[in-house]
Design a protein around this ligand. Structure first.
Ligand SMILES: *Cc1c(COP(=O)(O)O)cnc(C)c1O
Length: 322
């Protein structure tokens, strides 16, 4: 096959040898029976949610879920109930009262992309079991970072088997592009025939699959990378707090600095940028009003000098921006 693209959707001729190998690898790495690839994490969420829930069903969705989950919920035609962020008792009450629906689906990010905090997946797993719900977890920011083997937060909290499916992306810790889903064979087979964003969209390029294979190898061989990253993130949060910054309840490599006012946030981000520090300012509509923030995304290659340089620059920026 010539060219960069795969030329067609997976079910036509788009799924090649690299995709097959990566899918096997993702299933093996995810300790799941099966896996398959989407063109993006966005497509994976939209495809999975619309395939698992429809008109007679209800979806319980965390208030801070990623936009791709929100869009999947809307497209599914199911009744959507948003529960307050991370609120286990609210979710339990809703699930208890939902037996009139054909199917009940709980959907959540595992690590939240703006706040960097983690969903209580162990509690959700218990609720799902007690009230006969399916649990869909989006591990986009947790794959390669959380869990002894780097499989994500579900691994760390020992609830992988409680998830109907786990969605992920190749575009974050894996440094490639594309999305994926892992789960039991019968669920994956169902999705492969019903997730429209899978079979009506061209398969990701071979090069992306090959790059992701290499990234999985690094995750397997170098666990110290994720351990060091999370330790460094914890240290940086401590230093931020010591300087009086509000980092909320982040417990991951994503560290928000809540500023509140959108203009001040963007001014601070511009100051940092002018000093060579890339810390994007996030404002509405990406976050609710009053919650504008600077979003620090730490990665393995950030040394402690980078963190102290950031703190110094932030102090300077704060004193010059009103
Ligand atoms: C980035 C992200 C996605 C989308 O992944 P893409 O591969 O960029 O489409 C989905 N869910 C969450 C939580 C994300 O952070």
């Amino acid at each position: 096959m010539e060219g960069c693209g795969r030329g067609a959707s997976p079910l036509i001729i788009g799924r090649g040898e690299w995709h097959e190998r990566l899918e096997e690898e993702l299933a093996a790495c995810g300790l799941a029976e099966a896996a398959f690839l989407f063109s993006s994490g966005y497509a994976a969420n939209v495809g999975c949610i619309t395939a698992l829930a429809g008109k007679s069903d209800v979806i319980f969705s965390d208030a801070k879920n990623h936009a791709s989950i929100i869009d999947g919920c809307r497209l599914s035609g199911a009744t959507i109930t948003i529960f307050p962020h991370g609120d286990t008792s609210a979710l339990a009450a809703l699930a208890k009262d939902a037996h009139r629906f054909r199917r009940r689906l709980i959907v959540t990010d595992s690590v939240f992309s703006m706040d960097g905090d983690c969903a209580p997946l162990d509690d959700y797993a218990a609720i799902a079991e007690q009230h006969d719900c399916m649990l869909l977890v989006d591990e986009a920011h947790a794959t390669g970072i959380f869990g002894a083997e780097g499989r994500g937060l579900a691994e760390q909290l020992h609830v992988e088997d409680a998830c109907a499916v786990r969605v992920g992306t190749l575009s974050k810790a894996l440094g490639s592009s594309g999305g994926f889903v892992v789960g039991p064979q019968h669920v994956i087979d169902w999705l492969a025939n019903r997730a429209r964003s899978y079979f009506f969209s061209t398969a990701p390029p071979d090069a992306c699959a090959a790059a992701a294979m290499e990234a999985l190898e690094i995750i397997r061989r170098q666990p110290e990378r994720r351990r060091r990253l999370l330790e460094r993130a914890a240290e940086l949060r401590d230093v931020c707090r010591a300087h009086g910054w509000n980092v909320g309840s982040s417990s991951s490599q994503i560290i928000p600095i809540y500023v509140g006012d959108p203009r001040r946030t963007m001014d601070l981000a511009a100051r940092l940028r002018s000093e060579g520090l890339l810390v994007p300012g996030i404002r509405p509509p990406s976050v609710p009003h009053g919650e504008s923030l600077l979003r620090i995304s730490l990665c393995y290659h950030h040394e402690w000098e980078h963190c102290t340089a950031l703190m110094d620059a932030l102090q300077r920026a704060a004193s010059s921006v009103d």
